[in-house]
Design a protein around this ligand. Structure first.
Ligand SMILES: Cc1cc2nc3c(=O)[nH]c(=O)nc-3n(C[C@H](O)[C@H](O)[C@H](O)COP(=O)(O)OP(=O)(O)OC[C@H]3O[C@@H](n4cnc5c(N)ncnc54)[C@H](O)[C@@H]3O)c2cc1C
Length: 457
């Protein structure tokens, strides 16, 4: 239990109603999308970096751990306050400080919701690349801390590719600025990219300078179905080895097709064993030329059906089929483990075929879909967690999936991060010496281990 004197100190820094200490008030700040829940000792709503500095200085002196929280949409327990921690909520730091079109940059506070930023940039016909599906709820700070991205990462990258510089407060209370405001720069070590994806263990982000881009005004959406997995994966390779990079390239497997067909009354042909949703972006006068080239590439490969959307309603219909997958998965009930492994695309065929074998071996239904152009597949294990055998099998099944991923030169997380949920698997991917180097880096940023302790590494 946090001593009352600490709460009183925080009330000197923040307005009284920005300090929560009653369990009922703090409850909602103890969970994220991992479904873990730990009641925070107290919740602090900060408004600026000076308040954060004062709080970190105090916590450093008193050895109080801090869990920084965006909007708690993370999937791995990153913002769950394990270790008797206080929660530092960024939700009041929502200013878009500057949009500088000439220099293609925007400066924002960490609590800005991704979609709010995109809506603001849209007015100028600009956008920020990262588009996680949670963009209506998740914060730029959370996106940066988890290096979160969505379908257009294939062309426009993840936060690591779309940040010029950061401002953060380390575990000692020092304020640091990293990066540049130019599109080039090579002075000092690249702390911007070390911080990005560090899941709140190196510092508290207080400001980000983001690289923004002008938006193309036209989109072409194409759906392709296949009679086998290898036809789909060969198509993905073919599309990725020609010069027009797709705007989005999404894959779904046979189990996903069955689920969508139940919801969307046979949207896909029943014989389809997999499907790809491909999108291109470009200026209006070029989009038809680009599309023709891509369709030529498609036609050189094996496929079953090709559907080209010619207007807004047809585009909407193709995407609504794809988007009905998450609600369809929820409707099945039972327990779901949603993994987000990634492998080089040349290994996708082996991955998807071996996942079928693993699914049979453990009698666990596996549904796969994801961002094919990045080789990033959401592997969903569906089972009855009340059934002991099922539950034990799901753990063995997961372990085998991670081993397979590493064998195929992949990574155990393409976008969700490690947090607490996946910590026990990190040694499968990172060798001891390298892990120790990372732990030493963490010590430099946070010598008393007060920031998100015992998570990630
Ligand atoms: C429906 C749904 C769809 C999703 N879709 C995607 C997707 O398409 N792609 C994807 O990558 N992820 C996705 N996610 C996961 C999640 O939305 C992302 O990880 C997101 O970036 C988390 O943002 P948040 O603001 O909720 O952060 P939180 O969950 O609150 O925190 C995430 C991590 O960031 C740290 N953190 C937050 N703010 C700061 C800060 N200011 N300084 C330092 N550390 C900080 C936290 O300590 C924690 O470790 C999805 C989640 C849901 C629920």
């Amino acid at each position: 239990m946090l001593d009352k004197k600490h709460i009183n100190f925080f009330k000197k820094i923040l307005p009284n109603d920005f300090v929560l200490s009653e369990p009922g008030d703090c409850w909602a700040y103890g969970y994220d999308n991992s479904k873990m829940h730990v009641l925070p000792e107290c919740v602090l709503f900060v408004q600026n970096k000076f308040q954060i500095k004062d709080i970190v200085d105090y916590c450093y002196e008193k050895n109080i751990s801090i869990t920084t929280r965006g909007r708690g949409t993370g999937n791995t327990g990153g913002s769950v306050p394990i270790e008797n921690s206080i929660v530092l909520s960024m939700e009041k730091m929502q200013k878009i400080i500057k949009v500088d079109l000439d220099n293609r940059l925007a400066i924002v506070e960490p609590g800005v919701i991704n979609k709010t930023l995109q809506n603001t940039l849209e007015k100028y016909n600009f956008f920020w690349g990262p588009d996680p599906s949670s963009q209506e709820y998740s914060t730029i700070g959370g996106n940066i801390a988890n290096n979160s991205a969505g379908p257009r990462a294939i062309k426009y990258g993840t936060p690591r590719d779309n940040i010029l510089g950061l401002e953060f407060i380390s575990g000692t209370g020092e304020i640091h600025k990293t990066g540049v405001k130019t599109s080039k720069g090579v002075v000092g070590l690249d702390l911007t990219r070390i911080f990005t994806g560090s899941e709140g263990i190196l510092g508290i982000l207080t400001e980000a300078t983001l690289k923004i881009l002008p938006k193309n005004n036209s989109i072409k959406t194409i759906e392709i179905t296949f009679e086998s997995i290898s036809d789909a994966t060969n198509m993905i390779i073919s599309l990725m080895t020609q010069p027009i990079t797709p705007y989005k390239l999404e894959f779904i497997d046979e189990e996903s097709i069955k689920l969508i067909n139940n919801m969307k009354k046979d949207h896909y042909n029943k014989e389809s064993k997999s499907a790809i949703l491909l999108e291109l972006d470009g200026e209006e006068e070029y989009i038809e030329i680009i599309s023709k080239k891509i369709i030529n590439t498609i036609k050189k490969n094996n496929y079953k059906n090709l559907t080209i959307a010619n207007n807004k309603d047809e585009i909407e219909s193709l995407w609504s089929a794809r988007k009905s997958l998450s609600p369809a998965l929820r409707e099945i009930g039972g327990y779901k483990i949603n993994e987000d492994i990634a492998v080089p695309i040349s290994n996708l065929t082996n991955l998807l075929n071996d996942l079928k074998i693993i699914s049979k071996k453990y009698n666990i239904k596996i549904v796969n879909f994801g961002h094919a152009g990045n080789g990033n597949i959401h592997v969903n294990l569906l089972f009855d967690s009340e059934n002991e055998k099922n539950s034990t099998n799901s753990k063995k099944c997961l372990e085998e999936i991670f081993d397979l991923t590493i064998k195929l030169d992949g990574t155990i997380s393409g976008e969700h991060g490690i947090g607490i949920i996946k910590k026990k698997y990190i040694e499968k991917e990172i060798q001891n010496e390298t892990l120790n180097l990372m732990k030493n880096i963490k010590k430099q940023f946070d010598p008393k281990n007060i920031l998100n302790p015992n998570k990630t590494i």
